[in-house]
Design a protein around this ligand. Structure first.
Ligand SMILES: C[S@@+](CC[C@H](N)C(=O)[O-])C[C@H]1O[C@@H](n2cnc3c(N)ncnc32)[C@H](O)[C@@H]1O
Length: 123
């Protein structure tokens, strides 16, 4: 087995053990440890959020005063993350901004995206 596949398997196993929806969760944890861009109370949007690993991590980092919104073509089902709202739609839909802003009650503090439309983060 190649090293990259072994790493993928390891993170998949760890995600399952720790209750994360995807191994992508560890990427966000690592990125936030390095760049410190998601904070308690922040409003965060994840474009391309299924199956929901980043949403889980963002919810944990922003805490009970934070708001996390995910947008994906696929349904995202999370249990227990009370501050997370999932919107099932195309991120290119012109009404997505209005819907997200309504849930957030204003502008986002952070944006993450791992959809094929683009990868990155910003404030
Ligand atoms: C790598 S996965 C995201 C993983 C996710 N961040 C996580 O932590 O579990 C990429 C996602 O982008 C979504 N996606 C791709 N194009 C999209 C679009 N135009 N609108 C909404 N979602 C899109 C796909 O449905 C897929 O679920």
């Amino acid at each position: 087995m190649r090293l990259q596949e072994a790493r993928r398997d390891l993170y998949r196993k760890l995600a399952k053990e720790q209750g994360y929806k995807s191994r992508a969760a560890f990427k966000l944890i690592e990125a936030n440890e390095k760049y410190d861009f998601i904070h308690e109370g922040d409003k965060v949007v994840d474009l391309g959020s299924a199956p929901g690993g980043w949403l889980q991590v963002a919810a944990s980092l922003t805490g009970p005063r934070g708001i996390v919104v995910g947008v994906d073509l696929s349904d995202v089902r999370l249990r227990g993350e009370k501050t997370v709202t999932s919107i099932t739609m195309d991120v290119d839909d012109p009404s997505v901004l209005q819907k997200v802003t309504r849930v957030l009650g204003g502008k986002a503090d952070g944006l993450s995206s791992s959809s094929s439309k683009g990868r990155g983060r910003g404030r």
